[in-house]
Design a protein around this ligand. Structure first.
Ligand code: PEP
Ligand code: MG
Length: 579
C-alpha cells in the first residue's frame, strides 16, 4: 500500500531507493538488577565501553579525508559530551547505588540531561539534546556489542536509512556504502545531523515521528528533502514523475556547478556581491567551493554554542585568524555574539527570570553584550587582532537605539587603545557595521546610517519582530511572510535610505538566499547578498539572468501594493519575466 509521510524539509533534493531500517539501542534497554558482588564488574564494563567509543571516534577522525568540514567538530562535540563527568562518572554512581546494569544507568542519566536541554528557550541549544542522545546511543551500542552502524545484505539498490535518530557519526559510517538518503523520527532543522546532510548534499527528512514504525525493510521510498515528504511504496506513475524530477535536478545542479568561477553580474553589467554566512573556520573550504566573494556574516556565537563556556580572547582570535587566512584576501564580516540571556554569560538571576517570559524581547544580542562589557571587549580585541591578517569588518546584531551604537563605538576605541598599549597590530580603519533586525531600527535607520560604516539587514529577525511571529514556533510558521507589505516597506526604506546616505547595505537573512526573491531585491536596490554557501550558485544564476533596469519599476510597484495575494502574484510574474 502506498502512503505519504510529512516531516521537516531538512536537506533538499530527491532520492529514490530501498528502505533500510536501523534500530535504536537506547530505546531497547532493559532494567536489570546486578548482584552486589558483580557491581564493580559492571562499572568496569561501563568504563571499557567508554574507552572503546572514544577509540572509535579517534579512528573515525583519522579516516576522514574528503569529509565535510564540520565533521571533526561534530565528532569532537560527541567526545566532549561523553567526557563530561555527568555522563562518564554519574552513571557509575547510579550502577553502584541502584545495582543496575550499565545500559540502564547511562540511559537514566541521559534522560536527566536531555530534560535540562529541553527546557532551554533557544532552539539551537535545545536541539543539542539530540547530540546527548546520539553520543549515549553509541555507548549503549558498544555495551550491547554492536558498535558501528553497517548497511548490510542489500545489493544493487540505493539505500534509504530509516532510523529513530541518526548521529553525524552514523551518517559518516554509511557514507561509503550504497547510501542515498536518510529519514528519521526525531531531529530538528538545526540538528548537527541536518547540517551535515546539507553539507554533504544528501536529501533528508527529519521529524517524521513514526517512520520507523510505519516503514518496513526493503520497501521502495521516495524522499523529497525539499518538501519534507517521504512517499512509501509509490505507484509507477509517481515513481516515473519523481525519476524525471530527480534527473532534472541533477542536470540543474551540474549546470550550477559551472557557475562557481563566474562573476555575479546582471545583464545590464551591474556587479553583485555574493557573500556567505558561516559559523566557524571549518566552513571556509565550502565557502570557496561555492564561489563566494567573501563572508557577509560570521555567526561567532557558534564558537560558544556546543562547548558551554565562553571561548577566551586568544581562542576567539585563533578562530578568526584561521578564517581570515583561509579566505585569502576576501572580505569577512565578523558579527559579535548574538546570544540570548539563556546562554549563560554569567547573567544574574533577575535577568534570567525575565527572559523566561519573553526571550526574544529580552536581554539578547547587543543588549547582552553591553551588559557584559568585559566579554564584549574581549571579543572586539580578538576581532581587531585578526584584522591584521586580512580584510575584516566587525558587525553588531540587533541595534535598536542610537546609544547602543555609541557605547559599542566607545568600547571599540577602548579595545583599540589597549591593543596599541600592548603594541599588538590591527587595522586602525576597521569598518564597523550594524544589523537592521528590529523594525524600530529600520524605520529610524538614519541614526544608524550616520554612525556606522555599513548595514546588513537580518530579515529572519526583522520579519519575526515586524509580524510578531516567533520564528521558532511552528504553530505560527504559516504567518511568517517575507512578502508581507509591511516587510517590503521596511526593506525598501532601509535600502533607499542607505543608498542616499552612500552607506553600503547588504542582506544576510534567509531571504537573501532564496532565488525567488532575488529579482525583487535587486529591483529594490540591494547589491550585496549573504547566504548559506550552498545557495550561492542558484542566486548567482538568477542575478546573471536579470536586467535591473527592467526590474526596478516593477519592484517599486510591488512595494506599493497592499494585498499579499497581489504581491505574490507580481513577484511570480517578475520571476517568470524573460529578459
Ligand atoms: C537574521 O536575523 O536575519 C540574521 C541573519 O541573524 P540570525 O539568523 O543569526 O538571528
Ligand atoms: Mg538575527
Amino acid at each position: 500500500m502506498s502512503f505519504t509521510l510529512h516531516g521537516l524539509p531538512t536537506s533538499g533534493g530527491i532520492a529514490i531507493g530501498q528502505a533500510h531500517l536501523i534500530s535504536q539501542a537506547t530505546l531497547e534497554v532493559s532494567h536489570l538488577v546486578i548482584a552486589p558482588r558483580k557491581v564493580e564488574k559492571e562499572v568496569a564494563r561501563f568504563e571499557s565501553a567508554l574507552v572503546n567509543v572514544r577509540t572509535e571516534f579517534e579512528a573515525m577522525k583519522n579516516g576522514m579525508e574528503n569529509s565535510p568540514a564540520d565533521m571533526h567538530a561534530f565528532i569532537d562535540l560527541h567526545r566532549m559530551i561523553l567526557d563530561d563527568p555527568e555522563l562518564s562518572e554519574t552513571p557509575k554512581q547510579i550502577i553502584r547505588e541502584r545495582r543496575c546494569n550499565a545500559e540502564w544507568a547511562i540511559v537514566q542519566q541521559m534522560e536527566v540531561l536531555v530534560e535540562q536541554f529541553e527546557r532551554i528557550d533557544d532552539v539551537y541549544l535545545r536541539e543539542r539534546s539530540y547530540d546527548v542522545r546520539q553520543a549515549v546511543e553509541r555507548v549503549v551500542r558498544e555495551l550491547a556489542g554492536h558498535a558501528a552502524s553497517r548497511l548490510k545484505g542489500i545489493k544493487g539498490e540505493r539505500l534509504i536509512v530509516v532510523g529513530h535518530d541518526l548521529s553525524p557519526a552514523d551518517v559518516m559510517a554509511f557514507r561509503n556504502q550504497n547510501f542515498a538518503s536518510f529519514v528519521t523520527d526525531v531531529g530538528g532543522a538545526t540538528s548537527h545531523t541536518a547540517i551535515l546532510a546539507r553539507g554533504m548534499g544528501i536529501p533528508a527528512v527529519l521529524g517524521l515521528h513514526h517512520a520507523r514504525q510505519l516503514i518496513r525493510d526493503g520497501e521502495t521510498l521516495i524522499v523529497d528533502g525539499t518538501r519534507g515528504v517521504v512517499i512509501v511504496n509509490p505507484d509507477q506513475r509517481i515513481l516515473d514523475e519523481y525519476e524525471l524530477r530527480k534527473a532534472q535536478l541533477e542536470l540543474e545542479h551540474s549546470k550550477l556547478k559551472l557557475l562557481k568561477t563566474a562573476q555575479a553580474t546582471t545583464l545590464d553589467k551591474i556587479r553583485i556581491d555574493m557573500l556567505a554566512n558561516i559559523e566557524g573556520p571549518n566552513d571556509v573550504d565550502t565557502v570557496i567551493e561555492c564561489g563566494a566573494d567573501g563572508v557577509g556574516l560570521f555567526r561567532t556565537e557558534f564558537l560558544y554554542l556546543g562547548r558551554g563556556d565562553m571561548p577566551s580572547e586568544d581562542e576567539q582570535f585563533e578562530a578568526y585568524r584561521k578564517t581570515v587566512k583561509g579566505m585569502e584576501g576576501r572580505p569577512i564580516v565578523i558579527r559579535t555574539f548574538d546570544l540570548g540571556n539563556d546562554k549563560e554569560l554569567h547573567v544574574d538571576e533577575a535577568h534570567s527570570d525575565r527572559r523566561r517570559e519573553n526571550p526574544a524581547l529580552g536581554l539578547r544580542s547587543v543588549r547582552l553584550a553591553l551588559a557584559e562589557p568585559k566579554a564584549f571587549l574581549a571579543q572586539l580585541r580578538a576581532i581587531l587582532r585578526a584584522s591584521k591578517y586580512g580584510k575584516v569588518k566587525v558587525m553588531v546584531p540587533m541595534f535598536s537605539h542610537a546609544f547602543q551604537v555609541d557605547q559599542t563605538l566607545a568600547l571599540l576605541e577602548q579595545a583599540k587603545s589597549s591593543l596599541r598599549g600592548e603594541k599588538l597590530a590591527f587595522d586602525e580603519n576597521i569598518e564597523i557595521g550594524g544589523m537592521i533586525e528590529v523594525p524600530a531600527a529600520a524605520l529610524a535607520v538614519g541614526m544608524f546610517l550616520r554612525r556606522l560604516d555599513f548595514l546588513s539587514i537580518g530579515t529572519n529577525d526583522l520579519i519575526q519582530y515586524t509580524l510578531a511571529i516567533n520564528r521558532a514556533d511552528e504553530q505560527v510558521a504559516n504567518l511568517y511572510d517575507p512578502l508581507h507589505p509591511a516587510v517590503l516597506m521596511l526593506l525598501s526604506h532601509v535600502i533607499d535610505s542607505a543608498e542616499k546616505a552612500g552607506v553600503p547595505v547588504s542582506m544576510c537573512g534567509e531571504m537573501a538566499g532564496d532565488p525567488n526573491f532575488t529579482r525583487l531585491l535587486l529591483g529594490l536596490g540591494l547589491r550585496q547578498f549573504s547566504m548559506f554557501p550552498a545557495r550561492i550558485p542558484a542566486v548567482k544564476q538568477r542575478v546573471k539572468q536579470s536586467d535591473i533596469s527592467g526590474i526596478e519599476p516593477i519592484a517599486r510597484r510591488i512595494t506599493r501594493l497592499e494585498e499579499s495575494v497581489k504581491i505574490v502574484e507580481q513577484v511570480e510574474r517578475l520571476n517568470a519575466l524573460q529578459q
